[in-house]
Design a protein around this ligand. Structure first.
Ligand code: IVH
Length: 670
């Protein structure tokens, strides 16, 4: 059956609408419309159609929430309307003073009602919609200049890619707070703990850090939420209350606990009520934002250098306490992440005794200038890990010196590494004892070398009895050594040795994945092996070359290149090679990896004069190239036949080299 173009377009449009509605019902209304399996099926159908007709893809399509590759860095954006911060108040008295101040500045006080909103503890975002379509998302930055993080913002499911607005103004700006639900925050930390990564200190930092990830697929995995609270439209609405209502109508999630109060006493009641009720919320709030409802009044009052005169943050007291730093230590996690910790005089905080606080990373230590002997204020952030908020420098002992993070790993002495785009310092020596356990568990996991019977308990025993200092040592273990361990017998020892032996047959990409190089998942490992079929070739590859591989972003490329620069890792590979592990892709006769198109990505468009698509594809692959469907800046050649469509146009824009069939045949025969 053939389907006509208009029919396809219509189907695509219907699918998008249905998926958009279902997403809205799920993420904004919290009232699912479709069952997951149905949603997934429709989503896949849309994906397939868009794959087949890429020129019908629009940026607001529900399939376009995650970018297809990480970006190199963020660009800065000017906020035409600055993002102000808020003055703080802590009680009714402060509020009354504020009211006195603003009342003196206006002639008439019409409709002096106040909108009370929960102050969400997250990270502010400014979203621009042109003709109803999301075109830009930016962080607050310093209020006048932020960072353009559109690709990341698009992954937030409660942010509409298209406004539900019949005739939208040419430009609308929406502001609000991106945040992590507490459950999501806990889930992330649990996952990080399992992976041995440094824990995220609190949901606010986690949200802010997530928004600044260069890889939007990572942002998407972290499931941020968003509450909208400000709407800028060319035609002003009368009140903040109306703005919130309209925000809701056009598709945003607006915090439902807002309240319109007619006096400060009423504001105070709301504040007191939420002081206890906020504990049962699924996200963190650190106060109430009180805003004058009437926009005309707001306009009369305007802004000071820093704050609006028409709004104030009524904050809840943070749970903080002073204590003294006795020592600063560093903790090496299982992936080598080094986290500095302050060891303190025990202190009572939010009902528990606290004596350790995270200092997060080197940058944070520098920023705080925290030193041993300092009196510090610590806070339990979101009742998770305590953190040091600030140092009372007036109480600092005269002889104190700035803290220096160690250059070498405290566990193994090898030089610590700080990846360029990260705040975390890492030990990258895979034989470091702190990392060893995690590495061995990862090595034996299902998608890696799949060594049945080598679980956490045995790994611990092997390390405890000094039988294994490196992954390679596994391959020198003797049955008697294992049989003599607690709760092991000759039979289980024999089984384990057999399992270890048979892991030597596992293919190179599994070995590569098993090495536990950061960001190298099993899919990436396969991609790397396709282009660099032996460990030697991969070891020599520069990050820039690795980035040429379709699907490999800069973060992965740098991580891999760096890993191969560590001598201990090269030693490990040598030892693994000696014991007989597979460190090269099995070369089949028809896959000359040294082919003329090695490492090249090609796209075919139109009808070729003699070759069928399949033949052309096979020919390219035989010569080491790769054929993909979608054209991008990473495509090396576009093979053009008759009736070439939009791909040709796109390729010309991207300045991609075009090949005729004859040219292709020519390259392949040389
Ligand atoms: S209004 C000029 N409303 O608090 C208007 N801010 O300390 C200023 N925040 O940067 C913002 N919830 O990130 C507003 N309902 C809310 C808020 C809120 C959280 C954050 C926002 C802002 C900071 C000001």
């Amino acid at each position: 059956m053939t389907t006509s173009r208009p029919e396809i377009e219509q189907r695509i449009e219907q699918l998008r609408e249905e998926l958009q509605k279902a997403g809205y019902a799920y993420y904004v209304l919290d009232n699912p419309l479709l069952e997951d399996v149905i949603y997934d099926q429709l989503y896949r159908e849309l994906q397939e159609l868009e794959k087949e007709y890429p020129y019908l893809i629009t940026p607001e399509s529900p399939t376009q929430r995650v970018g297809d590759r990480p970006i190199a860095n963020f660009t800065s954006v000017e906020h035409h309307i600055p993002l102000y911060s808020l003055e703080n108040a802590f009680n009714l008295e402060d509020l009354k003073q504020w009211e006195n101040r603003w009342q003196k500045l206006v002639s008439t006080v019409e409709d002096p009602s106040y909108v009370c909103e929960l102050k969400i503890d997250g990270s502010a975002l400014a979203l621009t919609y042109d003709n109803g379509i999301l075109v830009r998302g930016a962080t607050r930055g310093d209020g006048t200049t932020g960072e353009e993080i559109t690709q990341n913002v698009r992954t937030i499911r409660s942010i509409p890619l298209k406004l539900n607005w019949q005739n939208p103004p040419s430009r609308v700006e929406v502001r609000g707070e991106a945040f992590l639900l507490l459950d999501e925050f806990k889930r992330l930390n649990l996952e990080r703990e399992e992976k041995g990564e440094a824990l995220l200190a609190n949901p606010r930092n986690a949200a802010a850090g997530t928004l600044r990830q260069l890889d939007s697929s990572m942002v998407s995995e972290r499931r941020l939420s968003f509450f909208a609270y400000t709407l800028h439209t060319p035609e002003k609405l009368k009140t903040q209350w109306d703005s919130l209502k309209l925000l809701e109508e056009i598709g945003f999630l607006v915090n439902p606990h807002r309240h319109l109060a007619t006096s400060l006493e009423e504001v105070n009641l709301y504040y007191q009520r939420w002081e206890s009720q906020r504990k049962s919320l699924t996200y963190l709030t650190d106060g109430v934002v009180v805003k004058l409802n009437n926009h005309a009044l707001q306009d009369q009052l305007g802004f000071t250098v820093k704050f609006p005169r028409w709004a104030i943050a009524l904050k809840y007291p943070a749970e903080e306490a002073p204590t003294i730093v006795k020592a600063i230590t560093v903790n090496v996690g299982r992936t080598g992440a080094v986290t500095p910790m302050a060891v303190m005089e025990p202190v009572q905080l939010a009902g528990t005794t606290v004596q350790k606080a995270t200092l997060h990373n080197q940058d944070r230590i520098k920023e705080l200038d925290i030193r041993v002997g300092d009196t510090v204020i610590i806070r339990k952030a979101g009742e998770i890990i305590p953190e040091v908020v600030r140092v009372l420098t007036d109480l600092r002992p005269a002889e104190s010196k700035p803290y220096q993070m160690p250059n070498d790993c405290p566990e193994c002495g090898s030089l610590l590494v700080r990846p360029a785009d990260e705040a975390v310092v890492r030990c990258v020596n895979s034989s470091c004892p702190a990392i060893l356990k995690g590495s061995l568990i990862h090595w034996s996991s299902r998608d890696a070398l799949d060594i049945g019977g080598l679980g956490e308990k045995i790994v611990e025993l092997l390390i405890k009895h000094n039988l294994v200092q490196s992954i390679a040592d596994l391959y020198h273990l003797k049955i008697e050594q294992i049989a003599s361990l607690e709760r092991m017998g000759t039979k289980s020892a024999t089984n384990l040795i057999t399992a270890i032996e048979s892991s030597k047959k596992q293919p190179w990409y599994r070995v590569l994945y098993g090495l536990g190089i950061r960001y190298v998942g099993s899919v990436n490992a396969k991609l790397l092996v396709e282009s660099f079929p032996t460990s030697q070739l991969l070891a020599q590859a520069k990050a820039e070359q690795l980035e040429q591989i379709h699907g490999i972003g800069s973060q992965i490329a740098h991580s891999v290149a760096q890993w191969f620069r560590v001598p201990a890792n090269i030693d490990l590979l040598d030892r693994l090679a000696k014991v007989g592990l597979t460190l090269a892709k099995e070369i089949t006769v028809n896959v000359p990896s040294i082919g003329a198109l090695r490492g090249k990505t090609l796209v075919i468009t139109g009808t070729l004069p003699t070759l069928t698509r399949e033949k052309a594809k096979a020919l390219i692959e035989e010569n080491g190239g790769k054929v993909t469907d979608s054209l991008s800046a990473k495509t090396d050649y576009l093979v053009v036949g008759e009736k070439a469509g939009s791909k040709l146009e796109k390729a010309e824009k991207l300045k991609i080299t075009l090949l005729s069939e004859a040219e292709l045949l020519n390259i392949c025969s040389t």
